[in-house]
Design a protein around this ligand. Structure first.
Ligand SMILES: NC(=O)c1ccc[n+]([C@@H]2O[C@H](COP(=O)([O-])OP(=O)(O)OC[C@H]3O[C@@H](n4cnc5c(N)ncnc54)[C@H](O)[C@@H]3O)[C@@H](O)[C@H]2O)c1
Length: 257
């Protein structure tokens, strides 16, 4: 591999879920900048369209797709459309996810709410991987990147569904790496506290100051910090890396309590 090709994604296609905002949006933009054609998918079609339009106007190639990752029909259509309109699927970023935020009081959360967090964070990533891997194997190049969380290894109150779902994602990542090789690699990126709308909904100045006490690189994360790690796993530079979790967290631990 020539050193200039280490990060080159020319001729590769990528699907990003939850690509309309935050971390997903940065992933779409960075993968496109390095040459990938991108299917920007999101629950909110207008947000996906805005990201795709920006990529297309900057000389890249992108399509926008409405996809609620908890809806199986949407996942099937997303994989079909990306393969047909972009010419294959090589990179999948399972980014859409949620729950947590200290809102999972075990005496209040219902069984359905708990199950929904697993459907959103774990089952969707497993199912979309299942749909995309045959396309990846056909072309002999595949990289799946699951967006997990520091919550998967931290302990926090009122986070049991989210934290357990992201821990499940970690172990699913390692196990699917066994199933999908050698053509397809499966890795995960675990963001620390990263400045997005999701974080803003639970962050206060006091919590931020406390987080920074335990963070050697004295700032919270930006979406672009996470996208950089996703690019590493997507690109040929990491061709012998599979089943791994990279925590991107300023070297520290940020919790909400
Ligand atoms: N921001 C953080 O501090 C942080 C930390 C750890 C992990 N994460 C993880 O990063 C991922 C992205 O988080 P973010 O902070 O960028 O969130 P965000 O709220 O900024 O953006 C999430 C995007 O996903 C879309 N989305 C929500 N539900 C969806 C669904 N069911 N189907 C498809 N799209 C959906 C939203 O419309 C939005 O565009 C999540 O998996 C989250 O758990 C974030």
């Amino acid at each position: 591999m020539g050193k200039h090709n280490l990060f080159n994604l020319d001729g590769k296609t990528a699907i990003v879920t939850g690509g309309g905002n935050g971390i997903g949006r940065s992933c779409c933009e960075l993968l496109a900048e390095y040459g990938a054609s991108v299917a920007v998918s999101d629950l909110k079609l207008a947000d996906a369209e805005a990201v795709a339009q920006k990529i297309n106007e900057s000389g890249g190639k992108a399509i926008a797709a409405e996809c609620n990752v908890t809806n199986d029909d949407h996942l099937v259509k997303l994989a079909e459309r990306a393969a047909a309109e972009l010419g294959g699927i090589h990179i999948l970023v399972n980014n859409a996810g949620g729950g947590g935020g200290g809102r999972e009081n075990p005496f209040k959360i219902t069984v359905d709410d708990f199950a929904w967090v697993f459907k959103l964070n774990v089952f969707s990533a497993w199912r979309l991987s299942q749909l995309c891997v045959p396309h990846m194997k056909k072309d002999g190049y595949g990289s799946i990147i699951n967006i997990t969380s520091m919550s998967s290894i931290n302990k926090s109150p009122n986070m049991s569904a989210y934290a357990a779902s992201k821990a499940a994602m970690n172990h699913m990542t390692a196990n699917l790496a066994m199933d999908f090789g050698p053509e397809v690699r499966v890795n995960a990126v675990g963001p620390g506290a990263t400045k997005t709308a999701a974080l803003a909904s639970v962050l206060t100045p006091e919590i931020e100051a406390k987080m920074l006490e335990h963070t050697p690189i004295k700032r919270l994360g930006e979406s672009s910090d996470i996208a950089g790690a996703v690019l590493y796993f997507a690109a040929p530079v990491s061709e012998w890396v599979s089943g791994q979790i990279l925590f991107v967290n300023g070297g520290g631990i940020q919790t909400l309590d």
